[in-house]
Design a protein around this ligand. Sequence first.
Ligand SMILES: [Zn+2]
Length: 421
Amino acid sequence: MKYLLKGAYHYDKAGFTKRNILIEGKKVFYINNVSDDINEDALGEYLPIDLTNKYILPGLCDVHVHFRQPGFSYKETIYSGSRAAAAGGFTTVCAMPNLNPVPDCLDNLKEEIEIIERDSIIKTIPYGSITKGQMGRELSDMEHLAPYVIGFSDDGRDVADGELMEKAMEKAKKLGKIIAAHCEDEVMSAGGVAHEGAFARANGLKGISSLSEYSRVLRDIELAEKTGCSYHVCHVSTKESVKAIKKAKARGVDITCETAPHYLILSDEALTNEAKYKMKPPIRSESDRLALLEGLAEGVIDMIATDHAPHSASEKAGGFAESAFGVVGLEVAFSACYTHLVKTGIIPLKKLVRLMSVNPVKRFSLPSGYADFSVFDLDDTFIVNPDNFISLGASTPFEGEKLFGKCLLTIREGKIVYRNI
Ligand SMILES: [Zn+2]
């Protein structure tokens, strides 16, 4: 079946132009400006979808999600997670390896890949772990994992042993793969539940210092520079990390980084003692948030990733002291960023598209050249209601908020994987 997406504002490098796009098979077959006539004879039979005044973006890409399978399918599955991603406009995601079994060897990874092939409706690409069992003691079977993974990460865990991280980087460099690091000195952050700042003090909660993040960032920058490895910092949350990454970039270190919507939109002064605000790293101070926004504007922060980290309702019951770290993100990330960053004039829409699609595709060499699109109605609003989520996780700091930007259609390799129109 051919689809003709008619009359939407279509993104390209120059900005947005009203276009008609004909999709056939996995590819874009034909594209023209709306002001030009359509040569109907040349098109043959097609199914038109009227998208006048809507926006067609390249499929959104998220290099940091937790789909929890195999091992923790009571939190999320590849089936539910990939459908949640499609509902948020994502066509490609990269799945973190804190699973059971951990994809630290080919046999374990194959278990995950089999489920992906069976159940994922979008492109889900796994990470391999850096260390065996994510225990931080010996390296995973990186050589054998390399052909099947997007890169290596021990996300959720620290690689405390600097020598081991250096070896991992040397190997990753040889294999042409990226290292995506969760930067947290776990000795320093032990027992902490919230940013070491105003909110933690006011609520008598143990803090997680900024130093516990940026000390690791600083160490890894040195190692990345020494080894020449392609290095990516996950979920940057502190102003000091932004500063360190900016300096490293300026002297040519092969480094990129991501942050997540909640770090750009919220700061700890505004929090209440509810589990929906608890994640790692924690939501930091207002000065950190402002530094992250500056980092976006200056290109120090390369991309926005959700760190979609679903848990069961009982794991997210209670407040900061009792609940698990992590919130869901896929179904609201674009709309939250559009509402809080684009509508408010902080960044233009085309910059958001680069942060959520173009830049991750480039840095992680994600599959491209296919008819991958997300269509949004940017004028339509919705109230974030976790009861309506496709994800099995329901905890989001944006619960109850009115957001602009409703996802109408997600197309992955020419196939409609989500439709709400
Ligand atoms: Zn992490």
